[in-house]
Design a protein around this ligand. Structure first.
Ligand code: AHR
Length: 504
């Protein structure tokens, strides 16, 4: 058996997890909205067409904030198309995903769905084909109480109470050649600054996210962030990061290591953001919104990720996740948690069907993907103070010979200080890791519960027929030896151990 040691001391902390770290994303893409969260006529649909079976899973998942309406979609979207009487809403050819958009679901439907799910909305504005004025208009429509033409229009549309949206994304992936209305960093930075200025004047209570690079592999990565933040530093709170993890061929080792670049990516953007602050001698710190992240490679190929004939809600990007994917997903999630002092929001892309945590059949069943569970555990128990752990363990070799730790872990002390959640991903496929927890300044009491998810087949997945093939089991793999907690973390597993604790 392999061995690891974790040292924990409540005097050494990373920071508190922001509830927005456990967010997801709903885009007008494929069957995420239509056939996903919204399907009038579905046996479980309520009077507004919201699928109750999906809503139940969303509540169970514990997701806190949802980014909407895109993604690439937002860069060609006219928000006015999606409000007012449904029978008068225009159908359009949608150029981000080459689909037909009916506009049957729009801003007000989204807000009502969020209210039913108990979620905070995070809205993105179109800075691709549109600009500051339309963003200002959408904000007026959403957030102004009454007495202006657009707030009164919202009243007319049946929504007297303002939606009170706090968190806004200034466009989406504006550096990307595939983006409708892509821009240079300077062009985007200037537009984002002016848009932010107007939006803030209208509603000083909002928080704004400037677009970072669409991925760490873009040629303009880091330089893009520098220029954009030079333009927007005074008017935004966050810069965005987007990251998707891929497996190439059967290279499982390299795939496991994908999660590690999340940490590097964050550290690099923090360095860029702080260098912009330093040049201004500013104490302000730009925080990070990792507002698209997930495993995504099976359905990513640009040539096959759209369907011909301008279909409505086509089944595209419907990645079926495996146990192996859940390990990479879990390790990335723990990396975000361990950087919670700077990552204040994060959204798994996406919520339903499209590279989703939840899958549905249009007209039929829904089920949880394997990645659902690490997210659910973290959303529930990674609330509180993240301890700055010291971890020693074995390593594996990936990429061009670099060593990566077998064990990825995070320790979170609950708000009331009375219990501790220890999350682990064992990336050693052959051996369990016997992990000793070395505590300084506090004691662990009883083990409250432990959950372990693993499978003898790393390619195992969940389907409508077999929805529970990959799921966590209650585990008991923790023992006290000479006063020290020892955890046995099974090979290729995701696990969480929850303990009572007290300070000494
Ligand atoms: O989440 C799928 C797509 O990935 C989003 O629309 C886009 O922002 C990113 O490239």
């Amino acid at each position: 058996m392999a061995k690891a040691t974790i040292i924990l001391d409540p005097a050494f902390v990373v920071g508190k997890t922001d509830p927005r770290l456990f967010g997801s994303f709903v885009e007008h893409l494929g069957r995420c909205v239509y056939g996903g969260i919204f399907e009038p006529g579905h046996p479980t649909a309520d009077s507004e067409g919201f699928r109750q079976d999906v809503l139940e899973l969303v509540r169970e998942l514990g997701v806190t904030v949802i980014r909407y309406p895109g993604g690439n979609f937002v860069s060609g979207y006219n928000w006015e198309d999606g409000v007012g009487p449904v029978d008068r809403r225009p159908r359009r050819r949608e150029l981000a995903w080459f689909s037909t958009e009916s506009n049957a679901f729009g801003t007000n439907e989204f807000m009502r769905w969020c209210a039913k799910a108990g979620l905070e909305p995070m809205m993105a504005v179109n800075l691709g084909t549109r600009g500051a004025d339309e963003a200002r208009a959408l904000l007026e429509y959403c957030n102004v109480e009454s007495g202006t033409s657009l707030s009164d229009l919202r009243h007319e549309h049946g929504h007297p109470a303002p939606h009170g949206v706090k968190l806004w994304c200034l466009g989406n992936e504006m550096d990307a050649p595939w983006q409708i209305g892509a821009k240079t960093a300077r062009e985007y930075g200037t537009l984002a600054r002016e848009t932010a200025k107007l939006m803030r004047w209208l509603d000083p209570g909002i928080e704004l996210v400037a677009c970072g690079s669409s991925s760490r592999s873009m040629a303009t990565f880091a330089e893009w962030e520098r220029v954009v933040l030079e333009e927007t530093f005074d008017v935004v709170e966050y810069i965005s990061l987007h990251g998707y993890f891929s497996k190439h061929g059967d290279r499982s080792r390299d795939f496991m290591a994908e999660a590690d670049w999340v940490g590097r990516y964050i550290d690099e953007i923090v360095a860029v953001a702080d260098s912009v602050a330093a040049r201004r001698r500013s104490p302000k710190r730009i925080m990070l919104s990792f507002d698209e992240w997930n495993v995504w490679y099976r359905t990513r190929d640009r040539a096959t990720r759209t369907k011909p004939g301008w279909p409505e809600a086509p089944a595209i990007l419907e990645e079926l996740y495996t146990m192996e994917d859940a390990l990479v997903f879990g390790a990335a999630l723990l990396t975000l948690i361990n950087r919670c002092h700077r990552v204040k929001a994060a959204c798994v892309a996406q919520l339903v069907n499209v590279i989703g945590l939840i899958m549905t059949e249009t007209g039929g069943r829904c089920w949880r993907q394997p990645i659902f569970y690490p997210f659910q555990h973290a959303a529930q128990w990674a609330r509180g103070t993240v301890l700055d752990m010291r971890l020693t363990c074995g390593t594996f070799v990936a990429g061009d010979g670099e060593h990566f730790p077998d064990l990825v872990s995070a320790a979170v002390l609950a708000e009331d200080g009375k219990n501790l959640a220890l999350f682990c991903v064992n990336r050693n496929f052959d051996q369990a890791i016997d992990t000793e927890i070395n505590l300084r300044g506090f004691e662990l009491g009883n083990l409250l519960e432990s959950h372990v998810m693993t499978s003898d087949d790393l390619n195992a997945t969940n389907t409508a027929e077999y929805p529970q093939r990959v799921r966590p089991e209650k585990g008991h793999a923790a023992t006290v030896r000479e006063g020290t907690w020892q955890l046995s973390v099974p090979p290729a597993s995701w696990s969480v151990f929850r303990f009572e604790c007290r300070s000494t």
